[in-house]
Design a protein around this ligand. Structure first.
Ligand code: ZN
Length: 170
């Protein structure tokens, strides 16, 4: 498992709901958590590691007791608006301002199959919106305003130049 870097086409796929939580799911989630911490990220969506299911992990506050794994998530309410710097593990080195809702209310399931009711604001709410976008094949560059998008266009071109295609394990 490795983190897919833009412009990997898997990042543009709409992910499918997860219908069964089995041993393989637990193993993949463990690997995702390791990868996220190694890369110093606060969130990672399954499609970013080439796994096209509706699951993401978020650890924005380092609280060990908080739920980190969110399965089949839905945002049911968004309020307020904040324009803040945001990054993405699939775009190493790029930071740009993106407008997001300040607060969200959401549903998801945890690894035990229990339904979670989530209320979040600030950084956690931002991470939720960013990771949910990944499940729909949407990326933070899509949400940047034209000026910000132009300011990072040379970095995007560099990613496109160095992209070697989909790697198939042999
Ligand atoms: Zn991302």
């Amino acid at each position: 498992m490795n983190i897919r870097i833009y412009p990997d086409p898997l990042l543009r796929q709409k992910a499918k709901p997860l219908t069964e939580i089995n041993k393989e799911v637990h193993q993949k989630v463990e690997e995702m958590i390791e990868l996220m911490y190694e890369a110093n990220g606060i969130g990672l969506a399954a499609p970013q590691v080439g796994w096209s299911v509706r699951l993401f992990i978020i650890d924005a506050d380092g609280d060990k007791n908080e739920e980190k794994v969110f399965i089949n998530p839905t945002i049911i309410e968004e309020t307020g608006e904040v324009n803040k710097e945001e990054g993405c593990l699939s775009f190493p080195g790029i930071m740009s301002k993106v407008i997001r809702a300040q607060r969200i209310r959401a549903h998801a399931y945890n690894l035990k199959g229990q339904k979670l009711e989530i209320e979040a604001e600030g950084l956690v709410a931002r991470a939720w919106q960013h990771e949910l976008d990944h499940l729909n094949g949407s990326l933070f560059i899509d949400r940047m305003n034209p000026a910000n998008r132009v300011s990072i266009s040379h970095q995007l071109k560099e990613f496109e130049r160095s992209y070697k295609g989909i790697q198939i394990p042999v």
